[in-house]
Design a protein around this ligand. Structure first.
Ligand code: 16G
Length: 250
């Protein structure tokens, strides 16, 4: 890990396109990259702050700052006396609008989906209310089981107006990637999250025991001009996801 990290840090140092003027930014990106490239795996330890500072000829303050940022993002976890580890639970900061694919790639995991539905249809009454679309409007509807490698993590049902995503088959793995290519990636979202007991069909798909807890999340995402891009209902596994929010007093 240390060798890969030093090499990645040095590469970023000499790559003007990376546009990372400060050492702690480069180190933060380098750690992220080696995790994404699978050079260090979930649950594994990072070299100590002192070893990193020495190997990279950086101050310990700089190393601490880089690591601190990644702990805040949930990518790393610090355990007192034991060191810093690549997080096992998947921590999703609620303040960032990331996609399932991006969240997993950032942890060096391999996202994939099994599609139960990828088709065009008319809005259901619920979708029409949620998306402010007239009855009869056509949408692309996706129903997916989302995996990290072979492990199912979430079930998602999405509806996207056909006017913003003209063909369901444009979504190969990532909905947001497809929307991005069309210039329609959402910029803002409203999200509602609640704890649920997953139903029998859901626990079977997610390979959990009957009655397991999950997180039910509804996301309505918007374009810059206020148009709704997606209405997605997700059921995330409660045993491996942490949703975290940063709070500020007035
Ligand atoms: C996340 C979003 C979901 C979005 C999906 C796109 C939450 C709770 N939900 O799962 O609304 O549709 O990402 O992921 O974060 P994709 O680009 O990988 O298809």
């Amino acid at each position: 890990m240390e060798i890969a990290l030093v090499a990645e840090y040095q590469r970023l140092q000499h790559d003007p396109a990376a546009r990372l003027p400060l050492a702690y930014m480069r180190l933060r990106r380098a750690i992220r990259n080696v995790i994404e490239n699978g050079e260090v795996q979930v649950g594994h330890a990072l070299p100590s702050e002192r070893d990193l500072a020495r190997a990279l000829t950086l101050s310990r303050v700089t190393v601490r700052k880089a690591i601190g940022g990644l702990v805040e993002d949930g990518l790393l976890t610090q355990r007192h006396g034991a060191g810093t580890f690549v997080s096992e639970r998947i921590v999703k900061p609620l303040s960032r609008m990331t996609s399932f694919t991006e969240d997993l790639r950032a942890r060096g995991l391999n996202p994939r989906s099994e599609f139960f539905e990828r088709a065009i249809g008319e809005v259901t009454p619920e979708e029409s209310m949620a998306m402010n679309l007239s009855p009869g409007t056509q949408v692309v509807r996706l129903h997916r089981l989302r995996y990290a490698g072979d492990e199912p993590l979430a079930i998602e049902r999405s509806a996207v107006p056909l006017s913003l995503l003209p063909d369901p088959n444009l979504v190969e793995d990532s909905l947001y990637e497809a929307l991005d290519k069309l210039g329609n990636r959402p910029l803002r979202a409203l999200q509602r999250l609640r704890a649920v007991v997953l139903g029998p069909a859901q626990t079977r798909l997610l390979r959990l025991s009957a009655g397991s807890a999950g997180l039910s999340i509804e996301r309505r995402s918007f374009l810059d001009d206020g148009r709704i891009v997606e209405f997605t209902c997700s059921w995330y596994r409660g045993d491996i996801y942490d949703f975290v929010a940063e709070l500020q007093s007035d």
